[in-house]
Design a protein around this ligand. Structure first.
Ligand code: PLP
Length: 507
């Protein structure tokens, strides 16, 4: 078997059958397959892979002898089963933001980018919807299920300690990545949408009265509009919207004018998913704090494109989704200042979030656990940690500079196309090139690009209000990541030119 062939990574059921003496794979053939998988995963990318902490030969676990398991050491069994009192002793990890790894070869770390679609090489320009996963993340998930899988926090056995350590290490990695003060400020959720809904519920219970105001911007994704509409309907509060100018940037004077003593929550995106506008969240947070409002920053589209430091922004909460940060789906993060999180009530009740339960009374854990009821997405949190470790090899500063050049190149080339109108022309932009072309429906362009193996989004991008601000129901939206190249943009431009000439000829 050629383990350097990335197609090997496609786990198709036939591979199982070929490797098995019977149609049903027995244990030995499964083990053989697993061994081969690891071999392939490790050799993929020409030695480009990080192997630290991962098994070096087949299924043997690096942690099988003399393992250091901080959780097991710290675990205090109490009358009620377990205690988190030693949470602080988990090492906080300080992440360097400038790893200096070579970005030009990063593409090779993403096996899916070698796929062909309709006989053409895949060009993935749908990164604002979701990003592709590096081999180190895929490998980390396999490792978790092969060696660590257990529920966390609740048992004194070794696998529970392994999985708890892996999960809490991921929390510390997130903390370092976004510059939070401590790992206790990091709550794992399903994604940005769940994070905003969690905040809408726990903050509004305590902080919103009838007549209060919640301020968002015209740029918001539906995930940062609808939960606030629901709060307003329930509490009798008002939703206010800060407008944008014709470039798609917030009109700061108007935003300031909307802030007043009734404003209790300001919830703003850091980067617009539809236009790519980078919003001055630091300045907006400062103004919001002057009127005593709590500030939530939606970082779904910012974390993958630029360094983020929540303490520098000084926002009270920050949310993002793992799947837009080269990590698995189903995992996301709510950062909250510890001093505020500890004053807020839980949202969902159940196991994991309690200290003590009696029929007439329950006491809750401190943050972050009080917000993580039930069994969380353990493996994918660990995968998110692996994605962050991968990004740290390059550093977000380098990634941001590289993407900035790519965005400039794409903008310049797109603007040469007759009849093309860029939607979103703010001075400060990241990752997104939304456009429409005279005489073509956006779906038509999306479909034509798909035929050539080029994946872009064509539609309303779950941000209908901002598109309507520009008189549109939909745009074509190529969106970038650091594994994209000028060649990817050239492939897109080529198809757009072909479309234009077909139109002229009336074909
Ligand atoms: N906020 C922004 C700015 C987004 O771009 C998205 C998704 O595209 C979301 C929120 C919702 O993220 P998710 O679907 O991962 O919960």
């Amino acid at each position: 078997m050629n383990t350097n062939d990335p197609s090997f990574l496609k786990l198709n059921p036939e591979t199982f059958i070929q490797n098995s003496p019977s149609p049903f794979p027995d244990e030995r053939s499964l083990e053989k397959l697993a061994r081969e998988m690891f071999g392939a995963l490790q050799s993929f990318g020409g030695g480009n892979l990080p192997t630290s902490g991962l098994p070096t030969n087949g299924l043997s676990s690096p942690t099988s002898s003399q393992e250091t398991l901080p959780y097991l050491e710290d675990l205090k069994l109490t009358d009620t089963g377990f205690s988190y009192s030693n949470f602080q002793s988990f090492p906080n990890i300080n992440i360097p933001q400038s790893g200096g790894g070579n970005l030009t070869s990063a593409r090779r770390d993403f096996p899916i980018l070698t796929e062909t679609v309709n006989g053409k090489p895949l060009v993935w320009l749908d990164n604002a919807a979701t990003t592709q996963k590096p081999i180190s993340v895929i490998e980390r998930l396999s490792h978790f299920y092969l060696h660590e899988n257990s529920n966390i926090h609740r048992a004194a056995h070794t696998l529970a300690a392994r999985s708890t350590d892996a999960y809490e290490k991921a929390r510390s990695l997130v903390q370092g990545f976004i510059g939070a003060g401590s790992a206790e400020e990091i709550v794992f959720v399903r994604g940005t949408t769940e994070g905003i809904n969690l905040l809408a519920n726990i903050i509004s219970d305590k902080h919103i009265q009838s007549g209060d105001e919640i301020l968002i911007t015209h740029l918001e994704h539906h995930a940062n509009i609808v939960p606030w509409q629901m709060v307003c309907a329930k509490k009798g509060a008002k939703l206010k919207v800060a407008p944008v100018d014709d470039s798609g940037q917030i009109i700061l004077s108007e935003y300031e004018r909307l802030l007043n003593s009734k404003t209790k929550i300001v919830s703003i995106t850091q980067v617009s998913n539809a236009l790519g506008t980078v919003v001055p969240v630091e300045e907006m947070t400062r103004s919001a704090h002057k009127v005593g409002a709590l500030v939530i920053v939606d970082g779904a589209q910012s974390v993958s494109h630029m360094p983020v430091n929540v303490q520098e922004i000084d926002c009270d909460f920050f949310v993002f989704s793992g799947h837009k940060l080269f990590a698995p789906t189903g995992i996301g993060v709510v950062y909250g200042k510890k001093s505020i999180l500890d004053t807020l009530p839980p949202w969902q009740g159940g196991g994991n979030m309690i200290k003590d339960v009696q029929f007439d009374h329950t006491t809750f854990q401190e943050a972050p656990f009080r917000f993580e009821a039930g069994t969380g997405n353990i493996a994918d949190a660990v995968g998110l940690g692996a994605a962050i470790e991968y990004l740290n090899r390059f550093g977000m500063k380098q990634i941001s500079a590289f993407e900035h050049d790519l965005l400039e190149y794409g903008t310049k080339e797109l603007l040469k196309i007759p009849g093309l109108r860029l939607i979103g022309t703010a001075k400060d932009k990241a990752g997104v090139l939304s456009f429409v072309v005279d005489g073509f429906k956006t779906e038509e362009i999306g479909k034509r690009l798909a035929e050539e193996g080029i994946a872009v989004r064509a539609g309303h991008h779950c941000a209908q209000p901002i598109l309507r601000r520009f008189g549109l129901e939909s745009t074509v939206r190529p969106s970038l990541a650091f594994y994209n190249s000028c060649e990817d943009i050239d492939a897109l431009i080529r198809v757009l030119y072909q479309l234009g000439s077909r139109n002229k000829l009336g074909i």
